[in-house]
Write a protein that binds this ligand. Structure first.
Ligand code: PDD
Length: 284
Protein backbone atom coordinates (compact mmCIF):
# COMPACT_ATOMS: atom_id res chain seq x y z
CA UNK A 1 0.00 0.00 0.00
CA UNK A 2 1.38 3.43 -0.98
CA UNK A 3 1.84 5.83 1.89
CA UNK A 4 1.71 9.51 1.01
CA UNK A 5 2.00 12.76 2.93
CA UNK A 6 -1.11 14.91 3.04
CA UNK A 7 -1.51 18.13 5.04
CA UNK A 8 0.83 17.11 7.83
CA UNK A 9 -0.04 13.40 8.04
CA UNK A 10 1.37 10.23 6.50
CA UNK A 11 -1.53 8.08 5.31
CA UNK A 12 -2.51 5.51 2.68
CA UNK A 13 -2.65 7.32 -0.62
CA UNK A 14 -6.08 5.84 -1.40
CA UNK A 15 -7.56 7.51 1.67
CA UNK A 16 -6.57 11.05 0.72
CA UNK A 17 -9.53 13.29 -0.10
CA UNK A 18 -8.99 16.71 -1.69
CA UNK A 19 -11.77 19.29 -1.78
CA UNK A 20 -13.35 20.10 -5.16
CA UNK A 21 -12.89 23.73 -4.11
CA UNK A 22 -9.14 23.35 -3.89
CA UNK A 23 -7.54 26.28 -5.70
CA UNK A 24 -5.14 23.88 -7.37
CA UNK A 25 -8.17 22.27 -9.01
CA UNK A 26 -10.04 25.52 -9.68
CA UNK A 27 -7.18 27.77 -10.78
CA UNK A 28 -4.05 25.56 -11.16
CA UNK A 29 -2.80 27.71 -8.30
CA UNK A 30 0.09 25.83 -6.83
CA UNK A 31 3.69 24.79 -7.15
CA UNK A 32 5.54 21.48 -7.22
CA UNK A 33 9.00 20.03 -6.84
CA UNK A 34 10.62 16.70 -7.71
CA UNK A 35 13.67 15.18 -6.03
CA UNK A 36 15.49 12.00 -6.93
CA UNK A 37 16.55 9.39 -4.39
CA UNK A 38 19.67 7.41 -5.30
CA UNK A 39 19.55 4.35 -3.04
CA UNK A 40 20.70 6.26 0.01
CA UNK A 41 20.62 10.01 -0.65
CA UNK A 42 18.66 12.75 -2.36
CA UNK A 43 20.63 14.46 -5.10
CA UNK A 44 20.96 18.25 -4.62
CA UNK A 45 18.21 18.51 -1.99
CA UNK A 46 19.45 22.00 -1.05
CA UNK A 47 18.98 23.26 -4.60
CA UNK A 48 15.47 21.79 -4.80
CA UNK A 49 14.61 23.33 -1.42
CA UNK A 50 15.79 26.77 -2.53
CA UNK A 51 13.75 26.54 -5.73
CA UNK A 52 10.66 25.29 -3.88
CA UNK A 53 10.84 28.21 -1.44
CA UNK A 54 11.28 30.64 -4.31
CA UNK A 55 8.25 29.21 -6.14
CA UNK A 56 6.17 29.57 -2.96
CA UNK A 57 7.36 33.14 -2.47
CA UNK A 58 6.67 34.15 -6.07
CA UNK A 59 3.15 32.69 -5.95
CA UNK A 60 2.44 34.17 -2.47
CA UNK A 61 1.64 30.72 -1.10
CA UNK A 62 2.61 30.20 2.50
CA UNK A 63 3.55 26.72 3.67
CA UNK A 64 4.73 27.05 7.28
CA UNK A 65 6.20 23.53 7.20
CA UNK A 66 8.36 24.16 4.13
CA UNK A 67 11.64 23.46 5.97
CA UNK A 68 10.39 19.98 6.84
CA UNK A 69 10.34 18.80 3.23
CA UNK A 70 13.68 16.90 3.38
CA UNK A 71 12.44 15.01 6.46
CA UNK A 72 9.05 14.33 4.84
CA UNK A 73 10.74 13.08 1.66
CA UNK A 74 13.02 10.74 3.60
CA UNK A 75 10.10 9.42 5.63
CA UNK A 76 8.17 8.69 2.42
CA UNK A 77 11.12 6.72 1.09
CA UNK A 78 11.26 4.73 4.32
CA UNK A 79 7.53 4.13 4.68
CA UNK A 80 7.31 2.90 1.09
CA UNK A 81 10.33 0.58 1.47
CA UNK A 82 12.31 2.39 -1.20
CA UNK A 83 15.53 3.01 0.75
CA UNK A 84 17.50 0.64 -1.47
CA UNK A 85 15.78 1.62 -4.71
CA UNK A 86 15.86 4.46 -7.17
CA UNK A 87 12.90 6.69 -6.44
CA UNK A 88 11.36 10.07 -7.13
CA UNK A 89 9.56 12.14 -4.52
CA UNK A 90 7.00 14.65 -5.76
CA UNK A 91 5.67 17.53 -3.67
CA UNK A 92 2.59 19.54 -4.63
CA UNK A 93 1.49 22.64 -2.68
CA UNK A 94 -1.61 24.67 -3.54
CA UNK A 95 -3.15 27.75 -1.94
CA UNK A 96 -5.80 25.53 -0.33
CA UNK A 97 -9.57 25.12 -0.56
CA UNK A 98 -12.05 27.98 -0.44
CA UNK A 99 -15.24 29.12 -2.08
CA UNK A 100 -14.48 30.11 -5.67
CA UNK A 101 -13.40 33.68 -6.24
CA UNK A 102 -10.27 35.05 -7.86
CA UNK A 103 -9.25 36.92 -4.70
CA UNK A 104 -7.18 34.93 -2.20
CA UNK A 105 -9.21 33.32 0.60
CA UNK A 106 -10.04 35.75 3.40
CA UNK A 107 -9.46 34.86 6.15
CA UNK A 108 -6.56 32.85 4.70
CA UNK A 109 -6.81 29.04 4.64
CA UNK A 110 -3.94 26.58 5.06
CA UNK A 111 -2.31 25.27 1.88
CA UNK A 112 -3.03 21.81 0.55
CA UNK A 113 0.17 19.77 0.62
CA UNK A 114 0.61 16.38 -0.94
CA UNK A 115 3.83 14.42 -1.41
CA UNK A 116 4.43 10.91 -2.64
CA UNK A 117 7.38 8.65 -3.43
CA UNK A 118 7.47 6.27 -6.33
CA UNK A 119 9.96 3.74 -7.51
CA UNK A 120 11.75 4.83 -10.60
CA UNK A 121 13.51 2.79 -13.27
CA UNK A 122 15.88 4.92 -15.35
CA UNK A 123 15.25 4.61 -19.08
CA UNK A 124 18.70 3.55 -20.25
CA UNK A 125 18.16 2.73 -23.94
CA UNK A 126 17.62 6.35 -25.03
CA UNK A 127 20.34 7.58 -22.77
CA UNK A 128 22.84 5.34 -24.56
CA UNK A 129 21.83 5.71 -28.20
CA UNK A 130 20.29 9.17 -28.12
CA UNK A 131 16.72 10.30 -28.71
CA UNK A 132 14.70 12.31 -31.23
CA UNK A 133 12.87 15.44 -30.17
CA UNK A 134 10.39 17.70 -31.90
CA UNK A 135 10.01 21.48 -31.84
CA UNK A 136 6.91 23.51 -30.99
CA UNK A 137 6.07 27.15 -30.47
CA UNK A 138 6.52 28.13 -26.80
CA UNK A 139 2.98 29.12 -25.85
CA UNK A 140 3.65 29.12 -22.09
CA UNK A 141 3.17 32.08 -19.77
CA UNK A 142 5.81 34.71 -19.02
CA UNK A 143 6.90 33.21 -15.65
CA UNK A 144 8.34 29.84 -16.63
CA UNK A 145 10.94 30.34 -13.87
CA UNK A 146 8.26 29.37 -11.32
CA UNK A 147 7.72 25.62 -10.93
CA UNK A 148 3.98 26.05 -11.23
CA UNK A 149 1.51 23.18 -11.50
CA UNK A 150 -0.14 25.04 -14.43
CA UNK A 151 1.45 22.81 -17.05
CA UNK A 152 -1.10 22.63 -19.85
CA UNK A 153 1.21 23.86 -22.64
CA UNK A 154 3.84 21.41 -21.36
CA UNK A 155 1.48 18.42 -21.33
CA UNK A 156 -0.02 19.34 -24.72
CA UNK A 157 3.45 19.70 -26.23
CA UNK A 158 4.75 16.51 -24.67
CA UNK A 159 1.70 14.45 -25.65
CA UNK A 160 1.99 15.65 -29.23
CA UNK A 161 5.68 14.68 -29.19
CA UNK A 162 4.97 11.22 -27.78
CA UNK A 163 2.06 10.63 -30.19
CA UNK A 164 4.45 11.30 -33.04
CA UNK A 165 7.19 9.03 -31.72
CA UNK A 166 9.41 11.72 -30.17
CA UNK A 167 11.06 11.58 -26.76
CA UNK A 168 10.63 15.26 -25.86
CA UNK A 169 9.38 18.53 -27.20
CA UNK A 170 11.60 21.63 -27.36
CA UNK A 171 9.94 25.04 -27.22
CA UNK A 172 10.81 28.03 -29.42
CA UNK A 173 10.00 31.62 -28.47
CA UNK A 174 10.83 34.47 -30.84
CA UNK A 175 12.98 32.10 -32.88
CA UNK A 176 15.10 31.03 -29.88
CA UNK A 177 15.06 27.58 -28.32
CA UNK A 178 14.14 28.03 -24.64
CA UNK A 179 13.86 24.58 -23.03
CA UNK A 180 11.77 21.42 -23.32
CA UNK A 181 8.41 20.37 -21.86
CA UNK A 182 10.10 18.96 -18.74
CA UNK A 183 13.83 19.35 -19.26
CA UNK A 184 16.48 21.95 -20.09
CA UNK A 185 18.39 21.80 -23.35
CA UNK A 186 22.07 22.28 -24.20
CA UNK A 187 23.94 22.58 -27.50
CA UNK A 188 27.60 21.98 -28.31
CA UNK A 189 29.08 24.08 -31.06
CA UNK A 190 32.80 24.13 -31.84
CA UNK A 191 33.66 22.86 -28.37
CA UNK A 192 31.52 25.43 -26.54
CA UNK A 193 28.42 24.42 -24.57
CA UNK A 194 25.42 26.73 -24.98
CA UNK A 195 22.21 26.83 -22.98
CA UNK A 196 19.44 29.41 -22.58
CA UNK A 197 20.29 31.88 -19.79
CA UNK A 198 18.29 31.88 -16.57
CA UNK A 199 15.31 34.12 -17.19
CA UNK A 200 11.55 34.18 -16.88
CA UNK A 201 11.40 32.05 -20.05
CA UNK A 202 12.90 28.89 -18.55
CA UNK A 203 12.84 26.87 -15.37
CA UNK A 204 16.22 27.05 -13.71
CA UNK A 205 16.90 23.31 -13.64
CA UNK A 206 18.89 21.91 -10.74
CA UNK A 207 20.41 19.42 -13.19
CA UNK A 208 21.15 22.28 -15.63
CA UNK A 209 23.16 24.13 -12.98
CA UNK A 210 25.04 20.97 -12.09
CA UNK A 211 26.00 20.22 -15.72
CA UNK A 212 27.20 23.80 -16.23
CA UNK A 213 29.47 23.29 -13.21
CA UNK A 214 30.67 19.86 -14.39
CA UNK A 215 31.47 21.19 -17.88
CA UNK A 216 33.40 24.18 -16.54
CA UNK A 217 35.31 21.94 -14.17
CA UNK A 218 36.41 19.93 -17.22
CA UNK A 219 37.64 23.11 -18.89
CA UNK A 220 34.77 23.23 -21.39
CA UNK A 221 33.54 26.79 -21.91
CA UNK A 222 29.84 27.28 -21.22
CA UNK A 223 27.92 30.24 -22.61
CA UNK A 224 24.47 30.90 -21.19
CA UNK A 225 23.15 32.12 -24.52
CA UNK A 226 20.11 30.93 -26.42
CA UNK A 227 20.48 29.14 -29.74
CA UNK A 228 18.22 30.15 -32.63
CA UNK A 229 16.21 27.37 -34.25
CA UNK A 230 17.51 28.38 -37.64
CA UNK A 231 21.12 27.91 -36.43
CA UNK A 232 20.59 24.27 -35.54
CA UNK A 233 22.60 23.11 -38.55
CA UNK A 234 25.71 24.63 -36.93
CA UNK A 235 25.41 22.48 -33.83
CA UNK A 236 27.43 19.27 -33.32
CA UNK A 237 25.72 17.93 -30.18
CA UNK A 238 22.52 18.43 -28.23
CA UNK A 239 21.58 17.05 -24.84
CA UNK A 240 18.70 17.54 -22.44
CA UNK A 241 18.80 17.41 -18.64
CA UNK A 242 16.38 16.90 -15.78
CA UNK A 243 16.14 15.30 -12.38
CA UNK A 244 14.80 11.96 -13.56
CA UNK A 245 16.72 11.56 -16.85
CA UNK A 246 19.97 13.25 -15.73
CA UNK A 247 21.54 13.78 -19.18
CA UNK A 248 20.05 12.41 -22.41
CA UNK A 249 21.72 12.85 -25.81
CA UNK A 250 19.54 14.17 -28.65
CA UNK A 251 20.49 12.84 -32.08
CA UNK A 252 17.58 14.13 -34.15
CA UNK A 253 15.40 17.24 -34.08
CA UNK A 254 12.30 16.48 -36.17
CA UNK A 255 13.85 15.28 -39.46
CA UNK A 256 17.19 16.91 -38.87
CA UNK A 257 20.01 14.62 -37.77
CA UNK A 258 22.46 15.93 -35.16
CA UNK A 259 26.08 14.78 -34.88
CA UNK A 260 25.71 12.01 -37.45
CA UNK A 261 22.93 10.44 -35.40
CA UNK A 262 25.13 9.34 -32.50
CA UNK A 263 25.79 10.90 -29.08
CA UNK A 264 28.84 13.16 -29.22
CA UNK A 265 32.01 13.19 -27.11
CA UNK A 266 31.10 16.14 -24.87
CA UNK A 267 27.74 14.62 -23.97
CA UNK A 268 29.31 11.23 -23.25
CA UNK A 269 32.08 12.75 -21.15
CA UNK A 270 29.60 14.80 -19.10
CA UNK A 271 27.52 11.71 -18.55
CA UNK A 272 30.59 9.91 -17.16
CA UNK A 273 31.45 12.85 -14.90
CA UNK A 274 27.88 12.82 -13.61
CA UNK A 275 28.09 9.08 -12.89
CA UNK A 276 31.38 9.69 -11.04
CA UNK A 277 29.68 12.39 -9.01
CA UNK A 278 26.86 10.03 -8.01
CA UNK A 279 29.40 7.33 -7.04
CA UNK A 280 31.33 9.80 -4.91
CA UNK A 281 28.14 10.87 -3.12
CA UNK A 282 27.40 7.19 -2.43
CA UNK A 283 30.79 6.65 -0.85
CA UNK A 284 30.95 9.88 1.14
N1 PDD B 1 10.76 18.68 -14.67
N2 PDD B 1 12.32 22.64 -17.45
C1 PDD B 1 11.07 22.24 -17.14
C2 PDD B 1 9.92 22.91 -17.83
C3 PDD B 1 10.87 21.20 -16.22
O1 PDD B 1 9.62 20.79 -15.91
C4 PDD B 1 12.00 20.57 -15.62
C5 PDD B 1 11.87 19.47 -14.61
C6 PDD B 1 13.28 21.04 -15.97
C7 PDD B 1 14.52 20.45 -15.37
O2 PDD B 1 14.64 20.79 -14.00
P1 PDD B 1 15.43 19.85 -12.97
O3 PDD B 1 16.77 19.63 -13.56
O4 PDD B 1 15.48 20.64 -11.74
O5 PDD B 1 14.64 18.57 -12.86
C8 PDD B 1 13.40 22.08 -16.88
C9 PDD B 1 10.56 17.63 -13.71
C10 PDD B 1 11.53 16.54 -13.83
C11 PDD B 1 9.13 17.15 -13.82
O6 PDD B 1 8.28 17.97 -14.15
O7 PDD B 1 8.86 15.99 -13.58
Amino acid sequence: MDIAYFNGTFMPRDEIRISPDDRGFLFAEGIYEVVRWYQGFFFEMDGHMARMKRSLRETLISWPEEDKFPVIARELVKLNHLANSQALVYLQVTRGAASRTHAFPSPPVGPTTYAFAREFTPENAGRESGVAITVKEDIRWARCDIKSIALLPNTLGFQDAVSNGFFECAFVRNGLITECSHSNIFFVQKGIVYTHPESENILSGITRKNFIKLARREGIPVKEEAIALKKLSKVQEIFITNTSGEITPVVRVDNFEIGGGVPGPVTRMLRERFNDQICSYKHS
